[in-house]
Write a protein that binds this ligand. Structure first.
Ligand code: PRP
Length: 188
């Protein structure tokens, strides 16, 4: 049964599983060919949206890694970006000379990652790459190159598999287009 706010399911759990495994294998192999400090990649998940995708990715990623998290928010509960990312939870380890893979649920305007990437380089990271479950290139407000993405989507408001509307719906086991017509009078 799909949620009432779902207009259309874009990617099922099964499709996400297959694609995530593919990405994890590709990225594990990629780091085998790189010079990586301590042979360990630091995966940085941007909470909260990254959780289901990052967990899935971790189950399939075979290169040595550490997991860290940051809370960076730019959406204030609604469907539009506020355009001003803010770090609400910072890293508490040194990332000097480290190889970093940021794990995201979605790249839209690119403002969050632009900010985080610059911040991580400022903190001394050697290399910062981006893995995102969803890429929405039409939403870009800044140029942002994404090294790996699960799926490229159009300019639609998506929910589920980590993506929220008013902090809900992250638990849907699929990615769906939100029925935005219903949001105006929506009561939880
Ligand atoms: C969402 C998402 C990305 C960001 C993408 O986070 O997880 O971090 O927005 O948008 P952008 O490319 O336009 O910057 P949000 O601020 O909603 O926090 P959340 O992960 O807790 O949902």
């Amino acid at each position: 049964m799909k949620h009432e706010l779902v207009k259309e399911i874009l990617y099922t759990k099964e499709q996400i599983d297959v694609r995530t495994k593919e990405l994890a294998e590709e990225i594990s192999k990629f780091y085998e060919t790189q010079e990586v400090k301590d042979n360990t990649v630091i995966l940085i998940g941007l909470l909260k949206g990254c959780v289901p995708f990052m967990a899935n990715f971790l189950n399939n990623f075979t290169y040595e890694c550490q997991t860290e998290y940051m809370v960076v928010s730019s959406y204030l509960g609604g469907t539009k970006t506020s355009g001003e990312p803010k770090i609400n939870l910072d890293l508490n380890l040194s990332i000097k000379d480290k190889t970093i893979l940021i794990v995201e649920d979605i790249v839209d305007s690119g403002l969050t990652l632009d900010y985080v990437k610059k911040y991580l380089y400022f903190k001394g990271a050697r290399d910062v790459k981006i893995l995102t479950m969803l890429d929405k290139p039409e939403g870009r407000k800044v140029e942002m190159n994404v090294e790996w993405s699960g799926f490229t989507i159009q300019n639609q408001f998506v929910i589920g598999y980590g993506l929220d509307y008013e902090e809900r719906l992250r638990n849907l086991p699929y990615v769906a287009i939100c029925d935005t017509d219903k949001l105006k009078d929506w009561k939880w």
